[in-house]
Design a protein around this ligand. Sequence first.
Ligand code: AVI
Length: 311
Amino acid sequence: MPETPEVDPAFRDDVLNGLAAPIPAVPARWFYDRRGSELFDDITRLDAYYPTETEMRIMGENASAIAEATGRGAALVEFGAGSATKTPLIIDAIEPAHYVPIDISGDYLRDSADKLKADHPGLAVDPVEADFTKPFDLPSEIDGFERIGFFPGSTIGNFVPRSATDMLRHFRDILGDGAKLLIGMDRVKEIDRLKRAYDDPEGVTAAFNKNLLTRINRELNGTIPEDAFDHEARWNEMLGRIEMHLVANRDVSFEIEGQPFSFAKGETIHTENSHKYGKRAARALLLAGGWTPTHEWTDDADDFAVILAEA
Ligand code: AVI
């Protein structure tokens, strides 16, 4: 008998409830199965997807100013285990005594922790396997050390402002009074550039978006004809965000876990929001989340900002 993959009940609920909602939507966190994570890595290397390269350039060019502002020898707490490229860059710059990566995936966490330890022999690495959006305890090893939260990549943009504010407050609660937060935020810019970053000519972002359908079919016994949906990136001017959708290119019916669904041609599944923040809006968001911005570094074109804030 073929093995049936284990169903994640949270995935099942989010998909069944999300697709039955008046505006069908599935939370973006479900993009990241193994294939989705590989495709996201590919996205970060695309010419059209400027945020990763720009953020790294900002951090590289301003390494000593950042270290001066954060101080050295602190405990660096990264929300979401770091990418192979960004974390060493910031560790080399601010020379923390401890690095605390927090991630829901224990395997990923252990791999990246081992690699970092090998490359930085003097650094204490204390990984925490947890969902960083929920309450968790920091390791006692960092008691007495200054704390610097690190939340790069403009991941804050994937949360609607109300949730983003709640999350910033949660970071503040976890890190405590006197902590600092170094955060990457993508700026509002020309719509054509934004749309190209989320609908690249190579079709990698389209594959990333459509992989969600593959995952639903595989893990939730879905019968979605994947060719019935097209990737679309839209700019929502009122809400200041890029939205990713899967648009039905014909009338289509299918089942998921035995539950029937129908989409008329043109109807969409909303799969992601990526909010962009102007200078003032970025600072206002931080303030609403309980953080006072103290320093800001950007690139010449002001495409992206790395902001330091204090609790
Ligand atoms: C992870 N996050 C910050 C990315 C973004 O830009 O919103 C996810 C992404 N979606 C499509 N391309 C990249």
